[in-house]
Ligand binder design. Structure first.
Ligand SMILES: NC(=O)N[C@@H](CC(=O)O)C(=O)O
Ligand SMILES: [Zn+2]
Ligand SMILES: [Zn+2]
Length: 348
């Protein structure tokens, strides 16, 4: 590959963590994800959450109905774990191909997580069943204890929850979602092959200054919150390292502009519209264009045990202006990189 190629062709990528929401927003945002990604792990934190095989199958239908004609896109559904999750329901959904994974939200850790798990001990039976059938567990890895500083919640989750959980269930397949710290990178690197992590574009691009310097910037706020620069650098190193343990998961999380620009603004960054373009800048700046395909298109399906996509996509070195706002069915949403120019454009 030359030093500054004009284009890059890779296997069509997948997004291993996305929020597509429901209703009019679902109708509007799905096209942004489906334009780029062949498949996506769809988060179940609707209100009410997706907790049954039936509700996941119905949600999958609504997503399919929102995919523009002529685009091939497969939503991979997840089951929202609660204190009362029935292991039988999980196993039935997994065997029927409705659930690809289950999602652990510690109760009240993030958007629509009020019905999440109050103590992992409460879902021990469900997790044992998942380990025995090879069903992957996606985790929002933050503790919620009031006395733990919000910037430390991921690290404390590793020590108090994740490490003990993997010691107890060493065969459980775990995806540590949207990691934000050097501690998480180190944990994943030293864990077994049954542990992987997704990394978002925002955590590769911004540190906490982006949120707090020169005024409070709600559109840079998501959970887990962006950390210090040393953590961002560790994430960039991990993502571009070529290690199969890290892969693409945008955590695109649309919220209406008014809900972000508020005295109590929602957590979540809407990065779907230019996700590939955003990631690719990072790989180029790290001198790792040749490792982009692994991160975007190969490591995820291999970890999940799914086939690699056979289609190819091409990104060209053509600048693109990210709009200040995107209309989502009458709801204005501010995208990640709003008003900025990105160097690459996905062709087609
Ligand atoms: N990442 C976020 O800040 N928000 C997500 C939830 C999540 O993934 O934690 C959302 O659903 O809005
Ligand atoms: Zn989360
Ligand atoms: Zn998320």
């Amino acid at each position: 590959m030359s030093e500054t190629p004009e284009s890059l062709t890779i296997r069509r990528p997948d997004d291993w963590h996305v929020h597509l929401r429901d209703g009019a927003v679902l109708q509007a945002v799905t096209a942004h994800t489906a334009r780029q990604f062949a498949r996506a792990i769809v988060m179940p934190n609707l209100a009410p959450p997706v907790t049954t095989v039936e509700s996941a199958a119905a949600y999958r239908e609504r997503i399919m109905a929102a995919v523009p004609a002529g685009i091939r896109f497969t939503p991979l559904m997840t089951c929202y774990l609660t204190d009362d999750t029935d292991p039988e329901e999980l196993a039935r959904g997994f065997e029927q191909g409705v659930f690809t994974a289950a999602k652990l939200y510690p109760a009240n850790a993030t958007t629509n997580s009020a019905h999440g798990v109050t103590d992992v001990a409460n879902i021990r039976g469900a997790l044992e069943r998942m380990a025995s059938i090879g069903m992957p567990l996606c985790i929002h890895g933050e503790v919620t204890d009031a006395e733990i500083d919000v910037f430390d919640r991921e690290k404390v989750f590793i020590d108090r929850v994740l490490e003990p959980l993997l010691l107890a269930l060493p065969g459980l397949k775990v995806i540590f979602e949207h990691i934000t710290t050097a501690d998480a990178v180190q944990f994943v690197a030293s864990a077994g092959d049954n542990v992987a992590a997704t990394i978002t574009p925002q955590h590769l691009h911004i540190n906490r200054n982006a949120m707090l310097v020169g005024g409070i910037r709600p559109h840079a706020y998501c959970l887990p919150v962006a950390k210090r620069e040393q953590h961002r650098l560790a994430l960039r190193q991990a993502a571009t390292s070529g290690s199969p343990r890290y892969f693409l998961g945008t955590d695109s999380a649309p919220h209406p502009r008014h809900a972000k620009e508020s005295a109590c603004g929602c957590a979540g960054i809407f990065n779907a519209p230019f996700a590939l373009e955003s990631y690719l800048e990072v790989f180029e700046d790290e001198g790792a264009l040749d490792r982009f395909e692994g991160f975007a298109s190969e490591h995820g399906p291999r970890f999940y045990g799914l086939p690699l996509n056979e289609e190819r996509v091409t990104l060209r070195r053509t600048p693109v202006e990210v709009p200040a706002e995107i209309d989502a069915g009458g709801t204005p949403i501010v995208p990640f990189h709003a008003g900025e120019r990105l160097r690459w454009t996905l062709a087609g």
